[in-house]
Structure formats: C-alpha cells, structure tokens
Write a protein that binds this ligand. Structure first.
Ligand SMILES: [Zn+2]
Length: 271
C-alpha cells in the first residue's frame, strides 16, 4: 500500500517538475503560466496532450519534438526526474506512511512543497538571468507569512519571533521600493536578502548556517578563479577583463534545498 503512496508522490513530483521548467522559462518573458498553451520553442507547434506528459513523453519521443524533430534539451527531462526523486526523499525523511499519515504531516508536507516551489523558481530564474524575480519573491514572502501564522496557531508559542520577521520584511520591502523608484530596476542585493530570510524561516538553524557558509565560500572561489583567469590572459585594460556574474540566489537556493533535505535525513535516520 505504501509503495503506491510513494509512486503517487513521485508522479506529483515530476508534474511539479514539469511546471517548474515551464515557469522558469516563461516568468522572465512575462508569458502567462496558466493560460498560454505549451508549444515547441523551435517550430512553435502547439503541443498535444500526449506531448505534455512529464518524463514519459520525453522517453517515447526519444528526446525529439514530434513535429520538427528538433532535439529537446535533456535538462527538462533531468529536472522533472530530480523533482520526483526530491518529493519522494522528502516524504521518506519526514516519515510519511499512508497507514499513519496525520493531517499535521500532510500540512507540513504541503508547506514544504510551497517552499520548494519558491526556491526552485527563484534559483532557476536567477541562474538564467542573474536576477531575483520580483513576483516569485513576493510569492515566497507570502508563503512564509502564512507558514508563520500556521506555526503560531498550532504551537501557541511566543509571537515575538514572528513579529520580528514581519517587521524585517516590511523594512526591507520599504527600502527596496524606495531604491526601486530611483533606479527603476530590481535590486539584486535586497532580493537575495529577502531570499535569505525566507530560507531561515523554513530550513532550520543548522541547514541555514551551512547554506550561508557554503554560498560565501563559493562566491570567494569564483572571485579567485576570475582573478587567476584574467592574470593568465594578461589583461591590462580594465574593460577587457572577463567578469563572470555570480548567481548568488541560485547558490543560496541550491545549498538551501540540499542542506534542508540532509538535515531531515539526519534527524530521521542518524540521530
Ligand atoms: Zn518542434
């Protein structure tokens, strides 16, 4: 019985994975993510129902568009599979079994999925554009506020922690709105700052600290590599320097998700 439950979770995971790849592609281009029909980016042919089944359509079509035979980038397929595996691993580490499933477990799992959705969309768009997408960020803030309200209700604990978070949100959003008016462009720094706060609410202290340290180490490594490459190329003029922009949000999101799953795993099986 339990195996069927996990197969359903896996299918749910690949379906979300399919939505993630679509949303990461469409949101920055401001294409409607719900009403616009899916199409092949090469021949613009509308995709039929069978072409839209995640993972399986890729296998049956052997990684090619049914209409123009253009190769489909395998990363869509890989992301869908990974997303399915991630859902199953999360449920396993949360100790979810169909026989003993409680409403609280189900709600916790739903929040985790809403959180994954924020992190994956934010990180995916940041990796492509070096930009923390504003609507995605607002979605993340909203989910974390609802989550804090839920925690407050079921734990009946001190409200101060959540009030502090809310105040921080309001301050950062206010500063960002003011700086936005001056530059007319989303501020990368504030975007990442808000992302860090959202992560800190969901992933727990240990995972949070590891995420921050790993991100800082990676950024420093990037910078050193950049310097070395420029030295080797003997670049004299400042403007000829190769400077790779670092997707900080992508790093935060990737490390955040991995350490979150790792701490779930350790709490369940090792401690
Ligand atoms: Zn095509």
């Amino acid at each position: 019985m339990n195996i069927i439950f996990y197969i359903i979770l896996f299918i749910m995971g690949i379906t979300f994975g399919s939505f993630y790849t679509l949303a990461v592609y469409r949101i920055p281009k401001r294409i409607d993510i719900v009403h616009t029909h899916s199409y092949c980016p090469n021949c613009n042919h509308k995709l039929g129902f069978l072409d839209l089944i995640p993972v399986f359509s890729y296998i049956f079509l052997r990684g090619k568009c049914r209409y123009c035979k253009e190769k489909i980038r395998p990363r869509y397929f890989i992301l869908e599979i990974l997303s399915g595996i991630f859902f199953v691993l999360t449920a396993l580490c949360m100790g979810m079994r169909i026989e003993t499933l409680t409403i609280y477990q189900a709600i916790d799992f739903a929040f985790v999925i809403l959180f994954y959705t924020f992190v994956i969309l934010m990180a995916g768009i940041d990796k492509e554009e070096i930009n923390i997408n504003q609507p995605v960020l607002m979605y993340g803030v909203l989910v974390s506020v609802i989550y804090m309200a839920y925690l407050y209700i079921i734990e009946e604990s001190s409200i101060y922690r959540y009030v502090i978070y809310l105040v921080i949100y309001v301050i950062i959003l206010a500063i960002e709105t003011i700086s936005l008016r001056k530059k007319a462009q989303t501020n990368y720094f504030y975007g990442n700052l808000l992302t860090i706060i959202i992560l800190s609410i969901f992933i727990g202290a240990t995972a949070f600290i590891i995420t921050i340290i790993s991100t800082i180490v990676t950024v420093i490594a990037y910078k050193i590599l950049d310097k070395l490459i420029n030295k080797r190329r003997n670049v004299v003029k400042e403007k000829e320097k190769l400077t790779t922009k670092i997707p900080v949000g992508f790093l935060l999101g990737t490390y955040g998700l991995l350490t979150f799953l790792l701490t779930l795993f350790c709490n369940r099986y090792l401690l």
